[in-house]
Ligand binder design. Structure first.
Ligand SMILES: Nc1ncnc2c1ncn2[C@@H]1O[C@H](COP(=O)(O)OP(=O)(O)OP(=O)(O)O)[C@@H](O)[C@H]1O
Ligand SMILES: O=c1ccn([C@@H]2O[C@H](COP(=O)(O)O)[C@@H](O)[C@H]2O)c(=O)[nH]1
Length: 262
């Protein structure tokens, strides 16, 4: 099976560990790396964009009359690549990317009183109180007036989830979950080199514990509702990145409607 087998990218409905319904985005995962010939040509982003527009125009969407924004929660452990992939999706496919962590770091940089306690919480790898984070997300969504939003790194716990759904009055349309081995996450975080106060081994260990104990239950909750689309990382070959982006975008755009020409 070659790389240009687009239908494989749509994935299938599979059973998760605890019997939840999981959509496996990475349909090509069934193909062993050796089965991919070196001569296979990666699909370029522009071609993907074209294909995705074609698919969405045939997907029986609502012709752009959106009543509420399309919301995708993007979850995964620290360093699993959420931010990196969200940036690509946002810049290539017309999504607004809201990183909860970035919003909190902006609040710290603003020098506000709240910023001081947020900084202490982040240094400890703990979770900032829901009312602070949900309010930052609510404001950012309102300001962007976006029709499709990727909310990256939120909700971090069930309490976050419940607060968001109560305050915003809506659930996410989909949840994308980056499933990455712990060793790989640690390696990436230690190599990130962006001067983050939490990219040190002590805080990373705490963040991983919080991820396992508090973030995974959120993934399980949405899995039980059939909303989770799991992306398996890391890729074996750099060029497979195209298929991740392709898969995620097909999925999100199929469910969110065609991009409007502005
Ligand atoms: N597919 C990849 N292969 C190798 N390195 C990657 C890949 N994706 C991201 N990285 C690198 O790993 C580091 C962490 O990535 P990123 O910041 O996107 O993760 P994240 O899930 O958003 O992390 P956090 O939750 O801590 O903000 C970055 O230095 C990034 O460049
Ligand atoms: O919803 C959120 C998001 C983040 N935090 C805190 O920020 C850090 C860093 O977040 P990243 O998403 O990795 O950038 C995280 O460890 C938490 O301490 C949060 O509390 N709530």
């Amino acid at each position: 099976m070659g790389c240009s087998s687009a239908p494989m990218a749509f994935g299938s409905l599979a059973k998760g560990n605890s019997g939840q319904r999981l959509h496996c985005i990475y349909g090509l995962s069934a193909v062993p790396p050796t089965a991919m010939a070196e001569s296979d040509t990666p699909i370029e982003p522009l071609a993907l964009n074209y294909l995705i527009r074609l698919f969405t125009s045939q997907a029986g969407c609502d012709n752009g009359n959106f009543k509420k924004p399309f919301i995708a929660f993007v979850l995964g452990g620290p360093g699993s690549g959420k931010g990196t992939q969200c940036n690509k999706i946002a810049s290539n496919f017309g999504f607004t990317h809201l990183s909860a962590g970035d919003l909190l770091r902006q609040e710290i940089s603003s020098g506000s009183e709240k910023g001081e306690s947020i900084l202490e919480t982040i240094k400890e790898g703990r979770i900032v109180p829901s009312e602070i984070t949900v309010e930052l997300i609510r404001k950012a969504m309102k300001m962007s007036n976006a029709k499709r939003v990727l909310i990256d790194g939120f909700p971090r716990c069930e309490e976050n989830r419940i607060a968001f759904e109560r305050i915003m009055g809506s659930e996410p349309d989909v949840v994308v979950f980056f499933d990455c081995p712990v060793d790989e996450m640690i390696k990436r975080l230690l190599g990130r080199n962006q001067g983050r106060v939490d990219d040190n081994i002590e805080t990373i260990k705490k963040r991983l514990k919080v991820f396992e104990s508090l973030n995974i239950p959120v993934v399980d909750y949405y899995s039980s509702k059939g909303k989770v689309h799991k992306v398996i990382v890391p890729f074996c070959f750099p060029k497979w990145n195209y298929f991740f982006i392709f898969s995620v975008n097909c999925l999100l755009l199929l469910q969110s409607g065609p991009i409007e020409d502005s």
